[in-house]
Design a protein around this ligand. Structure first.
Ligand SMILES: NC(=O)c1ccc[n+]([C@@H]2O[C@H](COP(=O)([O-])OP(=O)(O)OC[C@H]3O[C@@H](n4cnc5c(N)ncnc54)[C@H](O)[C@@H]3O)[C@@H](O)[C@H]2O)c1
Length: 257
């Protein structure tokens, strides 16, 4: 079950947190994994570790917000053999409401979390079509569908990820491309540690406990739990699933009342 043998997968932001868990799950399931990362040193370290454990993983320096970067790397990978899976996982956080979010912050969040996803879709879809189909998995968030305090720009971008998912799923049905997204609640990754350190200096432990408690299940998710869902959704066993947003949230969306 859930084998990715003979599949080639691209994982953006695949060297940290959720992306690392996805790269690991995919490599262990037999995929050839290409990590597209801003943090090239970390990506190379992850590739070396996964390859030492029997994986087939390559690290590539890519800023997903730059279409020329994205095109150069993905076209090169496609020239070496078919791409079967694209995971748009790279994303950045921001804390603020409509008043405190600056224009520069809004542009930064848009450029990575929205345009970055578009860039990878724009460049990869023609390759998937040429190969007779494929699977796309986008990383949304519970912030795409419920109001979360102080996540104005972030929620905007994740709402866009959800609607890009639906648009692509619809447009490429006839090309045998499935497209879904995952909406995690809080997952304990460097992303969470980073924004706590930046936004709540000195109150990290208190805020961590507060964020953990917002999941009715009583904790944050572990990255590997998201990796396992990503593996399923990108495997042939999920061949009837497209145009769906999968919450993975410890009850956050439906049990928080
Ligand atoms: N951690 C959470 O609680 C949580 C919850 C819901 C959704 N998400 C989403 O999951 C995804 C991964 O989050 P994470 O917690 O693993 O974050 P993380 O910060 O641990 O990892 C993100 C990775 O993306 C890379 N990256 C950032 N900008 C990039 C760019 N422009 N080009 C290429 N790579 C880039 C970073 O170098 C990093 O390795 C994000 O899209 C995030 O919005 C996270």
């Amino acid at each position: 079950m859930f084998s990715l043998q003979n599949k080639t997968a691209l994982v953006t932001g695949g060297a940290s947190g959720i992306g690392l868990a996805i790269s690991t799950a995919f490599a262990q399931a037999g995929a050839s994994v290409h990590i597209l990362e801003l943090n090239t040193d970390q990506a190379q370290k992850v590739a070396d570790e996964l390859n030492a454990a029997g994986g087939r993983v390559q690290a590539h320096a890519v800023d997903v917000s730059k279409q020329a970067d994205v095109r150069a790397v993905i076209d090169q990978i496609a020239a070496e053999g078919p791409i079967h899976i694209l995971v748009n996982n790279a994303g950045i956080a921001h804390v603020g409401n409509a008043e405190t979010t600056t224009e520069a912050d809004l542009d930064r969040l848009y450029n990575v979390n929205v345009k970055g996803v578009y860039n990878c879709l724009h460049v990869t879809i023609p390759h998937l079509k040429a190969n007779g189909g494929g699977v796309i998995l986008n990383m949304a968030s519970v912030a795409a569908t419920v109001g979360i305090p102080d996540r104005f720009a972030y929620s905007m971008t994740k709402g866009a990820v959800l609607t890009m998912t639906l648009s692509v799923a619809k447009d490429y049905l006839k090309h045998n491309i499935r497209c879904n997204c995952i909406s995690p609640a809080r997952v304990h990754t460097p992303f969470v540690d980073g924004f706590l350190a930046k936004n709540y200096p000195g109150q990290e432990a208190e805020m961590f406990a507060k964020l953990a408690a917002t999941q009715p299940i009583g904790r944050m998710a572990k990255p590997a739990e998201i990796g396992a869902l990503a593996l399923y959704l990108c495997s042939d066993e999920a061949s009837f699933i497209t145009g769906t947003d999968y919450p993975i949230d410890g009850g956050f969306l439906r049990l928080n009342n």
